[in-house]
Design a protein around this ligand. Sequence first.
Ligand code: ADP
Ligand code: MG
Length: 375
Amino acid sequence: MSYAAAPQTAHPLEIQARVSFGVAAEAFTLDVDLALPGHGVTAFFGPSGCGKTTLLRAVAGLERPNPGRIKVSGDTWQDDDANTWLPTHQRPLGYVFQEASLFSHLSVQGNLDFGLKRVPAGERRIALDQAIELLGIGHLLSRRPAQLSGGERQRVAIARALATSPRLLLMDEPLAALDAARKAELLPYFERLQRELALPILYVSHSLDEVARLATHLVLLSNGRVQATGATSELLTRLDLPLAHGDNASAVIEGEVTGLDIAWDLLQIRFTGGMLQCVHAADSRPRPIGARLRVRVLARDVSLALTPAHDTSVLNVLPATVRAITPDGSAQALVTLDAGGTTLLARVTRKSADILHLAVGQTVFAQIKAVAVLN
Ligand code: ADP
Ligand code: MG
């Protein structure tokens, strides 16, 4: 299947767009100039009203940026200088919204066929069977949308978007209308899309948990402007950005599954800073040996010791170098750690930092409970 092209050769996504609404005090202007990876999930993150939806609409051609320049997979969708403007229906993209907009009078199969028909047979890059399999909806094909749960409706909407053989998938808060249990059910499908299709995904969310779990690249938006853009793992731990300062400040660790400790049912992961043991996520996705895995560790779940403790229940004790110690409120400090090239954050009390005489450059042992490694 041609989607499985080597991602490293993918063209970057170029988005230069200025979109203005309203006048004077009511005015809002989105003004961005972005070069994004042409593969993987890029998340747009920011508070309500910062321009996330406007940005996706500009990429889709539902807003006409002025000025604007949009290039996807080497194809130009808008270029003012060359007088190029593709209307939405000529842009090979899939768009998934918060609420799945399925045709209620058609079955799931009918909805999927509708997506498929939009693409001439010779231009199809993804088989409908494959989209059905990826989203796990084979048993739902004869149902009407009213007979589906919210999560199932979203899976059908995504499969329908894939059936159009898009070069780019746009997702605007696709989990926001679902409760926590449905969200947890859907997340593994998003991970699968990312893993199995070399299709870039632009993913809008205001949930840091989703972003940390799904996105390899992150764009922080604030009031229509790009506040920061870069690898998710880097932005999450940057202390000059707001992400590292909230309650769920965290680090993302990218690693590889090296084994399953069957006796204890623990997953073993190797990353640049050593080995991690963790408890499987409840949704028990298959985690074959060799699979790449992103796990997340909250700053408040990392404690520090000056010597490696052996008489402890904590299974992960990692040597790390202190890179920075930043006061965080009146009682706490955030300690930035380098564990073999992977950045971790530890939130400790100022009191503990003082008792341990923590200092930049010092070697410490970061202690992470196996049950606190989110995967
Ligand atoms: P987000 O998706 O991040 O919540 P939006 O992109 O929907 O933000 O909106 C950004 C700003 O632009 C908001 O202040 C919103 O009210 C305004 N806006 C969006 N669409 C329009 C429109 N069609 N006309 C006027 N203002 C709009
Ligand atoms: Mg929005």
